[in-house]
Design a protein around this ligand. Structure first.
Ligand SMILES: Cc1cc2nc3c(=O)[nH]c(=O)nc-3n(C[C@H](O)[C@H](O)[C@H](O)COP(=O)(O)O)c2cc1C
Ligand code: SF4
Length: 467
């Protein structure tokens, strides 16, 4: 299949190679042969939907920007990419940064924008450096700046280093962060197109969304609309991680069966194991069980039919033997830590879910905890300023519903696993190097630990140390 973004062209990250392979012809076509409205219509015709998680129509979003020049307009390119399991935008920065830059400039032209901010998470030094260099190269070639390609269109581009928080990827929080304020999401309305960065009309788009635009302008919206599932056309950069033999980023048409992605592209599940659970679009998306994973197609509408979403297309595969309760506990810990704390349901609810999950993991769970978890999740969902609340609630609610037996087993089975090989020293080694034993009661745990201590104090190491 022909790739739209991660093309198999060596050194495509270099601007000369990009130009030699048809780069910046989309921008030229737009600037010299199309009105801004025609560009927006072409993007609408393509059916392109945002790749940042919400899957909103890109052409529609662009058409919300007010016409006229009373205030400067701004485009924010969202490269925060901090959701666990999502790692595809950085692949664009590395492999084809100029196509993203070109797409942003076409977007700016279509919306009458004069300033573009590329927002990248502060810790992502590698990609910040890459993008600063790529933007500087594009300036040198006259692709960014005053009178681009000899036309009346002028636009500046800045790479902005974020402060390092998952919440700063949420569009209104990103705007606050860009203004130098705390990364707190804003109430909507007013929407960014009306009142965005520094009170100016603003559009926020994901990096992958924008990287699709040059080819849409070059080859036409109709061409793009025929790729993949017509309800969400184009390709997706699937970032596959977890228990697969070949994790990585794979550009494939939307609507590809998940099992084909796992088996044919990612080399199958490690050790030939069965699938236990798959999170289809970054850690916030409702997880899929084995039956669903075997049959679902990877586009937003197909996933919606079974109660999930495509999100960022960050696919986390977990094999049989995975401790589902522990995975959900870990995911919840992340959202609890990342909640900005503005809304009570999210701030308190994430903590409550974590406490209950910790209790279950500690062998002190009650059967009523399962309905309690669903109830807390449902009280968060839809009751918060931003979608981080939903992101925290969905994995818990759906995991309890779909993997209830695993949760029940954790509650009824009071076993605890302790490392036995090399005792205390063994804890410093990799988990593969020690076995575990299963204990049934607190007394057994105490006895085993005391045994460890006794053995340790009599060990040669300790004797040598004390002599
Ligand atoms: C907590 C949270 C974090 C988000 N992080 C990102 C992110 O890192 N990158 C991104 O493009 N969108 C992120 N989004 C979605 C953005 O708010 C927004 O919908 C997106 O950038 C719009 O671009 P698109 O229409 O091109 O998808 C996040 C949303 C939430 C609620
Ligand atoms: S939902 Fe959570 S992260 Fe979003 S504004 Fe409310 S408290 Fe902050």
């Amino acid at each position: 299949m022909e790739k739209i973004i991660l093309k198999d062209i060596p050194d495509l990250d270099k601007i000369d190679v990009y130009i030699a392979n048809g780069g910046y012809t989309g921008l030229k076509k737009a600037l010299t042969g199309m009105t801004p409205d025609q560009v927006i219509d072409e993007v609408k015709k393509s059916g392109l939907k945002g790749r940042g998680g919400a899957c909103f129509s890109t052409g529609m979003k662009w058409s919300f920007m007010p016409k006229g020049n009373e205030k400067p307009k701004i485009l924010c390119c969202n490269g925060d990419e901090s959701e666990p399991g999502s790692f595809k935008d950085r692949e664009i920065f590395e492999k084809n940064p100029q196509q993203f830059i070109e797409g942003s400039l076409i977007a700016a032209y279509a919306m009458g924008i004069g300033a573009i901010y590329v927002y990248i998470r502060g810790e992502y030094w590698k990609w910040i450096n890459i993008m600063e260099e790529a933007v500087a190269e594009a300036y040198k070639k006259g692709m960014i700046g005053k009178n681009i390609m000899g036309t009346d269109f002028s636009c500046e581009m800045y790479v902005h280093m974020g402060a390092g928080a998952y919440i700063c990827g949420e569009e209104t929080s990103l705007m606050n962060s860009l203004e130098g304020k705390r990364g707190y999401p804003r109430f909507k309305p007013p929407f960014p197109a009306v009142n965005g960065v520094w009170g100016n009309p603003t559009t926020i788009n994901n990096i992958e969304t924008l990287a699709n635009v040059p080819e849409i302008i070059n080859k036409g919206g109709e061409w793009f609309s025929k790729i993949g599932d017509p309800r969400q056309p184009g390709t997706l950069l699937f970032g596959v991680s977890g228990d697969v033999n070949k994790p990585g980023v794979y550009e494939l048409p939307t609507g590809i069966p998940l099992i084909e992605l796992i088996n044919d592209h990612c080399g199958g599940v490690i050790g030939g194991k069965e699938i236990k659970m798959v999170i289809p679009g970054g850690s916030s998306m409702p997880p899929l069980n084995r039956e669903e994973a075997l049959t679902v197609r990877m586009d937003n509408e197909s996933l919606k039919e079974i109660g999930s979403y495509i999100g960022t297309a960050g696919v986390i595969v977990m094999a049989e033997g995975t401790d589902v309760v522990n995975v959900i506990r870990r995911v919840t810990k992340f959202y609890y830590h990342e909640s900005c704390g503005q809304c009570t349901p999210c701030r308190e609810g994430c903590g409550w879910m974590l406490k209950v999950l910790n209790r279950i993991m500690d062998g002190k769970g009650r059967m009523s905890d399962l309905d309690l978890l669903i109830s807390i999740a449902e009280n968060i969902e839809g009751n918060t300023i931003c979608a981080l609340g939903d992101a925290a609630a969905w994995p818990v609610k759906w995991a309890v519903r779909k993997f209830r037996k695993d949760f029940e087993a954790k509650i009824t089975d009071k076993t605890i696993e302790l490392p036995v090989l090399n005792k205390v020293h063994g804890l410093m080694k990799s988990p593969d190097e020690y076995d575990t034993i299963t204990l049934q009661s607190e007394q057994e745990v105490v006895k085993e630990l005391m045994g460890n201590v006794q053995e340790l104090t009599q060990s040669e190491d300790v004797k040598r140390f004390s002599s």
